[in-house]
Design a protein around this ligand. Structure first.
Ligand SMILES: Nc1ncnc2c1ncn2[C@@H]1O[C@H](COP(=O)(O)OP(=O)(O)OP(=O)(O)O)[C@@H](O)[C@H]1O
Ligand SMILES: [Mg+2]
Length: 262
């Protein structure tokens, strides 16, 4: 049965989507026999963009599966051998409006889990990208996942973001039976040369230690390369330049993450 890994934080622009598409690409290159699925749980549809697809072009998306009962396999597209995408787009903005008034006794947080359970046997790894909040869709994602990863951008108040995620996950465990475990924090967009970033990272490290959460050793540096690869080549950097030093960072992070799942 596939492992469901979700990348979640209520802050925007800290690298959730980039981490999902780069890690999925690294998994696909390093372990080509493993079946990998990306689920784009964000209405912005940026996972599609990373692979040169316009999220507006899809006839069927995750929304149709979670809200409209479309079988997930009818919305999933193939990106590369053994790498698939269940795309999302702005339809997901209507999730609350379409679902909450018509629950008829259904759990408002179980819609994603229902879809994930349909397909998890077909994959070794399912990576889920999340919206930049902790609302109904994000809680659905937490409820559907086995393992949670929190991207962390070293800046003022970032530790508060970590705390917010942990609190919501804990409540989801207590109140709706979420079983997902917070596996760790991923430091992204790190400027290793600056004292300020070192201080923010130190704070994060103390926080994680106190909460018994792993801060992954791999620190993803701030670089234009990840955005560049998508803009220039229509693919994640790891696929555009698999042997480059910035790809190595993602292969290293992948091994750390997989170590935790073995
Ligand atoms: N290591 C990095 N260094 C510099 N820029 C990065 C890095 N990783 C990602 N970016 C860029 O930062 C921007 C935000 O990244 P991304 O879209 O992955 O964040 P996000 O958390 O998914 O955002 P949102 O909350 O809006 O979905 C993008 O332009 C992306 O290319
Ligand atoms: Mg995103």
């Amino acid at each position: 049965m596939g492992e469901v890994l979700a990348f979640i934080v209520n802050k925007g622009g800290v690298g959730k989507t980039t981490i999902v598409v780069e890690l999925a690409s690294a998994l696909n290159l390093r372990y080509p026999e493993k079946k990998v699925l990306i689920i784009d749980g964000d209405a912005q549809g940026n996972c599609s963009v990373a692979f040169n697809h316009d999220p507006r072009d899809f006839k069927n998306t995750l929304y149709d599966c979670v809200v409209g009962d479309l079988p997930a396999n009818e919305a999933i597209i193939n990106l590369r051998p053994n790498l698939n995408l269940l795309p999302g787009n702005k339809d997901m903005n209507y999730f609350e409006l379409d679902v909450l008034p018509n629950l008829n006794g259904r759990n408002p947080f179980g819609f994603f889990e229902k879809v994930v359970n349909q397909i998890r046997d077909q994959y070794d790894y399912i990576l889920i990208d999340s919206p930049p909040d902790l609302k109904t869709v994000a809680i659905n994602i937490i409820k559907s996942a086995d393992r949670l990863y929190i991207p962390f951008k070293p800046e003022k108040y970032s530790v508060k973001g970590l705390l917010a995620v942990l609190e919501v996950v804990e409540e989801a465990q207590k109140k709706i039976g979420a079983h997902a475990k917070v596996e760790g924090v991923i430091a992204n967009m790190v400027r290793s040369q600056t004292n300020l970033h070192s201080n923010y990272l130190l704070n994060a490290s103390i926080f994680c230690h106190r909460k018994s959460i792993r801060l992954f050793e791999t620190r993803i540096p701030e670089t234009i390369r990840f955005a560049d690869a998508v803009a220039k080549f229509g693919m994640p950097h790891v696929l555009a330049d698999p042997k480059g030093p910035h790809s190595k960072i993602y292969f290293d992070l992948l091994e750390e993450i997989l170590d935790g799942t073995r």
